[in-house]
Ligand binder design. Structure first.
Ligand SMILES: Nc1ncnc2c1ncn2[C@@H]1O[C@H](COP(=O)(O)OP(=O)(O)OP(=O)(O)O)[C@@H](O)[C@H]1O
Ligand SMILES: [Mg+2]
Length: 470
C-alpha cells in the first residue's frame, strides 16, 4: 500500500478523447495530482492562474501542444506541460519532447508510481524556470493586443518607443520585443537615462579612447558597441540631456559611432528601443526634447496601459508572483476576499507595486493562504494628503513582521519603502520651501537638478502634491 502524497499539484487536465474514470481519478489523487478537468482551450486559458501543471492528451500530432504552449507563453512560461500519447507512439512522444513537453506518459498509464515520479520532476522544472526565464503575463485582451503588436514590430528594424506609466512594464515589453526579433541571439543592453549624471551617460553610451580625458587609462567600449548585433534599450529617454540627444540622433542617422577622443568611426548594427513615462510632445514644446529625435524614435509607438485599465492581468500577475517568490514545494493561494481586494485596488504603482504587495504578503501570510489582512498596499499614493509619517510610525514599521492581524488596517502602518519615499518627499519639500529656485534646492539636497526634476515628477505621478519650483 502506497501512502498518499501530502503535496497536491493542481493540474489542468485536457483530454479530448475521454473523461477520467473514478478509479483513475483516485489513483492520480493519491499520486498528488489535484485534477482540474477542462473541456476547451478557452477553459484552459482561464484556469492557468491556479494551475501548477498542464496535462494534455495528444491525438495523433503535436498541434494541441503547440496551441497550449502559445497560451502558457502568453501567460508566462513557467507552467510545465505534460503530454499523454498512445502507448508505443514513439515518434509522437519524441516530437512532443522536442516541442517542449516536460514529460510524455502513455495515455493509459494511471499508475501511482509513474505519476508520482513524474510530478517529482515538475517542481524542478518550475524552479529552473524561475532561475532562467523571465515569466511575463499578457492575459487581458488589451495586453494580448499589445503583445501581438510588439511581435509584429519586432520583425522590422526601425526604432520603437514604449510609452507607459511608472512600473507598468516598459522594460519587460522591450525585452519581449528583442526576444521576438531576428536579433534575439544578439545582446540586449539597457540604460536608464534618469539614473546617471550627464557625463557618465555619454561615456557609458559612446565609450572613450585611452587618454580621452584625465583618468581614461584604458579604452572603453560604450553600450552602443556592446549592443552590436542586438538591441539597446534607453529607459526614461526624456531625461537624456539635450546635447546628448543631438549626438544620439546622429548615431541613429549614420549608424556609426565615434568614441570620445576617437578619430575613427565604428559601424553599428543596433536597434534602439526607447521608453518614457512622460508626454514627449510636451517636452518638445518646453524645448527639453528634440523634435527630430522624437520623429526618429517614434516610428512605432507601443503604449502600455496602467494596470487598473487591464483588469484581466491582475490575478494572473499576482499568481505568477506567488509562484516566483513563494515556496517551491507548495502553492500558496489567495482567499476570495483577497482576490476581490486585488482586483478593486487602483494600482498607482502598477505591476511593480503588485509585485511588492505579493512579496510582502508572502512574508506576512501563514504559508498557505493569503488573506486580505496580508495585503499591504503602498498606501500613501492613494491619499490626497501624503503627510510624512511621524517617528512612532517608523518604529512600528520596524516590527511589522510580527504584527498582530488586527493591525492590518491601521492607517498608520506603512512599509519600509514607503517610509523611505516619505522621508525623501519630506526632504525635497523642505529644500524647495527653503530655497529660491530648483537648482538651489537640488544643491541643498546634494543631487543634480535633473535628478530633482525626475524625483518630483515621480512623486507627482503618484498623486503627491508638488508645488511648482522655479
Ligand atoms: N507583463 C508582465 N509580466 C510579468 N512581470 C511584469 C510584467 N510587466 C512588468 N512586470 C514586472 O514589474 C516590474 C516593473 O516592470 P518594468 O521595469 O518593465 O516597468 P517600467 O515601466 O520599465 O518601470 P519604470 O517606469 O519604473 O522604469 C518588473 O519587476 C517586471 O518584471
Ligand atoms: Mg523601466
Amino acid at each position: 500500500m502506497i501512502a498518499p502524497t501530502e503535496i497536491s499539484h493542481p493540474a489542468l487536465w485536457l483530454d479530448p478523447k475521454a473523461a477520467v474514470g473514478a478509479a483513475e481519478r483516485e489513483q492520480l489523487q493519491s499520486a498528488g495530482l489535484q485534477l482540474l478537468p477542462v473541456a476547451t482551450l478557452e477553459d484552459l486559458k482561464q484556469g492557468l492562474a491556479k494551475a501548477r501543471l498542464v496535462v494534455i492528451r495528444l491525438m495523433g500530432d503535436v498541434s494541441l501542444l503547440e496551441e497550449v504552449k502559445k497560451l502558457t507563453q502568453s501567460f508566462g512560461h513557467a507552467v510545465p506541460v505534460l503530454c499523454r500519447v498512445e502507448r508505443h507512439n514513439f515518434e509522437l512522444a519524441i516530437e512532443a519532447m522536442r516541442r517542449g513537453a516536460y514529460q510524455v506518459l502513455a495515455a493509459d498509464d494511471f499508475s501511482i508510481n509513474t505519476w508520482r515520479e513524474s510530478l517529482a520532476l515538475a517542481p524542478k522544472r518550475t524552479e529552473e524556470a524561475k532561475k532562467n526565464t523571465q515569466t511575463f503575463v499578457f492575459v487581458d485582451p488589451n495586453s494580448q493586443h499589445l503583445l501581438e503588436l510588439a511581435r509584429r514590430v519586432a520583425q522590422t528594424q526601425v526604432s520603437a518607443l514604449v510609452v507607459g506609466p511608472t512600473g507598468a512594464g516598459k522594460e519587460v515589453l522591450a525585452r519581449v520585443l528583442h526576444d521576438a526579433s531576428p536579433r534575439h541571439n544578439g545582446p540586449f543592453v539597457a540604460l536608464n537615462c534618469a539614473a546617471l549624471p550627464e557625463n557618465l551617460i555619454e561615456d557609458l553610451l559612446f565609450g572613450h579612447e585611452k587618454g580621452a580625458f584625465t583618468g581614461a587609462l584604458k579604452e572603453h567600449r560604450g553600450l552602443f558597441e556592446q549592443a552590436h548585433g542586438g538591441t539597446i534599450f534607453l529607459d526614461e529617454i526624456a531625461e537624456m540631456p539635450y546635447h546628448l540627444q543631438t549626438k544620439l540622433l546622429r548615431v541613429l542617422q549614420d549608424r556609426k559611432i565615434t568614441r570620445l577622443g576617437g578619430q575613427t568611426s565604428i559601424d553599428l548594427d543596433v536597434r534602439l528601443i526607447a521608453a518614457t513615462n512622460k508626454d514627449l510632445r510636451e517636452a518638445i514644446q518646453n524645448r527639453e526634447f528634440r523634435e527630430d529625435l522624437y520623429f526618429r524614435i517614434s516610428a512605432f509607438k507601443l503604449s502600455i496601459l496602467p494596470l487598473r485599465e487591464r483588469q484581466g492581468d491582475i490575478l494572473p500577475l499576482a499568481t505568477q508572483f506567488l509562484t516566483n517568490f513563494g515556496p517551491i514545494d507548495k502553492q500558496v493561494e489567495f482567499t476570495p476576499r483577497a482576490i476581490e481586494l486585488l482586483q478593486q485596488y487602483s494600482w498607482p504603482g502598477n505591476v511593480r507595486e503588485l509585485q511588492n504587495v505579493v512579496q510582502r504578503a508572502l512574508v506576512l501570510g501563514n504559508g498557505e493562504l493569503i488573506t486580505e489582512s496580508d495585503l499591504m498596499f503602498d498606501q500613501w499614493e492613494e491619499k490626497t494628503d501624503p503627510r510624512p509619517m511621524n517617528v512612532s510610525t517608523t518604529s512600528q514599521l520596524m516590527s511589522y513582521g510580527q504584527r498582530e492581524v488586527s493591525d492590518a488596517h491601521d492607517p498608520e502602518l506603512v512599509n519600509l519603502s514607503t517610509a523611505v519615499k516619505s522621508s525623501e518627499y519630506q526632504a525635497i519639500m523642505a529644500a524647495i520651501q527653503s530655497t529660491k529656485n530648483r537648482s538651489e534646492a537640488a544643491q541643498k539636497l546634494g543631487i543634480s537638478p535633473r535628478s530633482l526634476r525626475y524625483k518630483m515628477a515621480q512623486f507627482r505621478e503618484r498623486g503627491a502634491p508638488m508645488m511648482a519650483a522655479a
